[in-house]
Design a protein around this ligand. Sequence first.
Ligand code: HEC
Length: 97
Amino acid sequence: MKVTMQTLAVACALFIATLIMLPRADSQEAFPDEPGRETLLLACTQCHSIGKMVTADLTADDWQFIVYDMIARGAPVHQEDIADLTTYLQNNFAADE
Ligand code: HEC
């Protein structure tokens, strides 16, 4: 039983470390440090992974829609952060029309 608890604790620690390290490791390319990034990392990783942004095949117009769609689903984005977040997604993850 004790070993199981320890294994669990180590697994949890590793999981948390990965969560903390991943955005930083990616920040140079995939997630550049621009306005909107913080909102994205906080509000858009609660239900699915940040990988959704990378794999999604969405145009700039689609991103506009997705932001409101996700807010309707419960993403905690403040009114004043919507514009920056949308621009960030469009700049970094929009596919060609
Ligand atoms: C309340 C839960 C929740 C939050 C918070 C959330 N999403 Fe989602 N998201 C979903 C669900 C549910 C789906 C659809 C099922 C799936 O693909 O996993 C989805 C799907 C997506 C997709 C794929 C859509 C497609 O057509 O390929 C993208 C992109 C996305 N979300 C972006 C975001 C962004 C950006 C945010 C932050 C503003 C966000 N999500 C926050 C629940 C959430």
